[in-house]
Design a protein around this ligand. Structure first.
Ligand SMILES: [Fe+2]
Length: 319
C-alpha cells in the first residue's frame, strides 16, 4: 500500500553562491515557530514551542524574491527526474526550516501527501494523512519529489531517514552537510531531524515569537518573544534547511490525465464509507465534522500510521 523508495540522491556543492541564499533568508524574515497540525490548539500566549521556525518562500500565491535559486535548480530537477524515472517535474513549493537549541529530536514523520484536487489548501492535514495511510486513495495521489538543502554545519542536527521502510534501521546524513542536498521521496520515506545545539538551554517560546536578523549590523540573528530577547547567535549556529517540492508525472500525457481529475470531499467520504462498511464498522464519514478533533481521531484509528524503528525521542512525544 505505501511504496518505499530507493535511498535519496545526495548532491554536493549545490549552490555556487551560498551568500545569495543567505540574502533570501534575510529577505523573508521574520520567521515564526512551526505551528501546524501536530498541535492545532496551541495557546498563543503559552511558551510551548521549541526554537524551530518555518516560513514559506514559494507556494501558489507567494514567491519571495531570489527563491528561484532553489525553485528552478537544474541539478535538483534532474535528480528528481532520475530518482523517479519521470519526464515531467513541476516544482511548486519552497519553504525553510530554521532550528536552534533543540534538546530533543523533531518527530519522525512522512510529509503531508497531495491527491488529485486535494491538498493542504482545501483539505485538513489529518484528512490528507488518513487518506494516505488508508491506502484507499493511492490511485489519486500526486507523486511528490522533495529536496532538502542545508546551509551550514551545526552542532547536532543530522537527518535520519528510513529508505528501507519503517521496520528497518534508519540511514543517517550527518557531518559535512553544508551546501549538500538530498533529493528523493519524503512522502513515502520516514525522516527525522536530530537534536540541534547549543544543548541544555531548555528554551521554549510562544507561537508569537519571531526570528530575524539583529538590527545592529552584527550579522547575528535573534529570537524575540512578546518583546523579550530569548536567544541570539551568529547565523552559522542556526540549522537552516531549504525544502523544495515538485509534482512528478511520468510524461505529459499522464500529467494531463491526472490534472483533469479532482477528488471532491463527497468522493472522499464515499470511499471511506465503502471501506468502513466492508469492515462492518458502524462509523460513517461525516463531512460536517471535518473540524472536529474527536471525529478525526475516530476515523484515523482505523488507518494507523507506521512507527519507524529506532526513531529518536521527540519533543512532540506525549509527556
Ligand atoms: Fe518532513
Amino acid at each position: 500500500m505505501i511504496h518505499y523508495s530507493d535511498p535519496p540522491i545526495l548532491l554536493r556543492d549545490v549552490l555556487g553562491d551560498v551568500d545569495a541564499a543567505r540574502a533570501v533568508l534575510a529577505r523573508a524574515a521574520p520567521y515564526t515557530p512551526l505551528g501546524g497540525w501536530y498541535r492545532p490548539d496551541a495557546d498563543l500566549d503559552a511558551a510551548t514551542s521549541p526554537l524551530w521556525f518555518q516560513n514559506d518562500w514559494v507556494h501558489a500565491d507567494l514567491r519571495v524574491s531570489g527563491s528561484e535559486l532553489f525553485l528552478h535548480h537544474p541539478r535538483v530537477i534532474q535528480a528528481a527526474r532520475d530518482f523517479y524515472g519521470a519526464d515531467v517535474i513541476v516544482p511548486h513549493s519552497v519553504y525553510v526550516n530554521v532550528m536552534v537549541a533543540l534538546d530533543r529530536a523533531g518527530p519522525a514523520h512522512t510529509d503531508n501527501p497531495r491527491f488529485q484536487g486535494r491538498d493542504r489548501s482545501n483539505t485538513p492535514m489529518w484528512l490528507l494523512r488518513t487518506m494516505l495511510w488508508s491506502g484507499l486513495f493511492d490511485r489519486f495521489s500526486i507523486v511528490q519529489a522533495t529536496s532538502i538543502w542545508w546551509m551550514n554545519d551545526v552542532e547536532g542536527g543530522g537527518l535520519s531517514y528510513w529508505p528501507d521502510g519503517p521496520d528497518k534501521p534508519p540511514h543517517r546524513h550527518f557531518g559535512a552537510m553544508a551546501n549538500t542536498a538530498l533529493v528523493g521521496d519524503n512522502h513515502g520515506m520516514f525522516h527525522q531531524v536530530g537534536a540541534v545545539g547549543p544543548f541544555g538551554k531548555g528554551l521554549l517560546v510562544s507561537p508569537r515569537a519571531e526570528l530575524a536578523p539583529a538590527e545592529d549590523g552584527s550579522g547575528e540573528w535573534e529570537v524575540r518573544d512578546r518583546g523579550a530577547l530569548r536567544f541570539r547567535a551568529p547565523l552559522g549556529d542556526y540549522r537552516v534547511s531549504v525544502l523544495w517540492k515538485a509534482d512528478v508525472y511520468p510524461n505529459e500525457a499522464e500529467r494531463a490525465r491526472q490534472c483533469a481529475q479532482a477528488l471532491s470531499l463527497a468522493d472522499v467520504a464515499r470511499v471511506f464509507d465503502a471501506d468502513l462498511a466492508a469492515r462492518r464498522e458502524p462509523l460513517r464519514f461525516d463531512l460536517a465534522r471535518l473540524g472536529d478533533a474527536r471525529f478525526a481521531k475516530a476515523v484515523a484509528e482505523f488507518y494507523p500510521e507506521a512507527a519507524p524503528l529506532d526513531a529518536l525521542p521527540s519533543f512532540f512525544d506525549p509527556a
